[in-house]
Design a protein around this ligand. Structure first.
Ligand code: ADP
Ligand code: MG
Length: 250
């Protein structure tokens, strides 16, 4: 007899009427969104529209005040689930946030060993495998400051993957990079998309959106204004806000 509770939930993220305020300023307005397992979603929209806030809610980095949010079958309204969700959701930020005093390899082993209580040898083996996957294997014993921005961001992706997440969140991962380093990071993200990982990427890299996204979500003023396939969104944006936005970035 199958144990229903052991099955992976069919939806990775289910948000219902999510509302969030910073003080008296409301920054998310009734955000409702269902992301199935394995979906690749690109979130775009003008600065200040709530994109970072929304993805930070998805891994419990930001509390919300009303509505519901279930990530990998866990309801984020309970504190116990927030801890569990962080183990299942990897996040990569615009600033790579690597620990400068630890080597690349140590950065990748830290959370598996200290948070997941893995043995150092198991953690190291997986870290090296993932560092090779992002083509940083040869730099594993270096410190972050000895690497380029693009290489550091690839380390940050490998480090997140070392926790074997079910979902990966990216918040403008290429925005802080010199232009010539953008594609090496996008290539790693495209490779990850090919593995079937659920991915939510805040990015204005529209070539990436066209290449890998199942869906583009356009946000403005703390609301989801449009949710469409890349070709629908780029060729037939429904709102004036989206048309303006696309006019500025394309
Ligand atoms: P985006 O990522 O789309 O640029 P954010 O989610 O960062 O937007 O911000 C949404 C709104 O929330 C903005 O008006 C921003 O100024 C505000 N905001 C973001 N973080 C904070 C914070 N920690 N405290 C107060 N206001 C914030
Ligand atoms: Mg942001």
């Amino acid at each position: 007899m199958s144990d229903f509770s052991q099955r992976a939930p069919s939806s990775s993220i289910v948000a219902r009427n999510l509302n969030k305020w910073y003080g008296t300023t409301q920054v998310l307005h009734d955000v409702s969104l269902t992301i199935p397992q394995g979906e690749r979603v690109v979130v775009c929209g003008p600065s200040g529209s709530g994109k970072s806030t929304l993805v930070r809610c998805f891994n419990g980095l930001e509390p919300y005040q009303s509505g519901s949010l279930v990530v990998q079958g866990r309801d984020l309204s309970t504190h116990k689930c927030v801890e569990a969700v962080r183990h299942e959701v990897g996040m990569v930020f615009q600033q790579f946030n690597l620990f400068p005093h630890l080597t690349v390899l140590e950065n990748c082993m830290l959370a598996p060993v200290w948070s997941n209580k893995e043995s150092a040898s198991v953690a190291e083996e997986r870290a090296m495998e993932l560092l090779r996957r992002v083509r940083i294997g040869d730099h594993a014993r270096k410190f972050p400051g000895q690497l380029s921005g693009g290489q550091q961001q690839r380390v940050a992706i490998a480090r997140a993957l070392c926790m074997q997440p079910k979902v990966m969140l990216f918040d403008e991962p290429t925005s802080a990079l010199d232009p010539e380093m953008v594609s090496e990071v996008l290539d790693v993200m495209i490779g990850l998309a090919d593995t079937g990982m659920t991915m939510i990427c805040v990015t204005h890299e529209m070539g990436f959106a066209r290449a890998v996204a199942d869906r583009v979500i356009f946000m403005a003023d703390g609301r989801i204004q449009e949710s469409a396939t890349p070709s629908e969104f780029f060729e037939h944006p429904q709102t004036e806000r989206a048309r303006q936005f696309l006019g500025q970035i394309l």
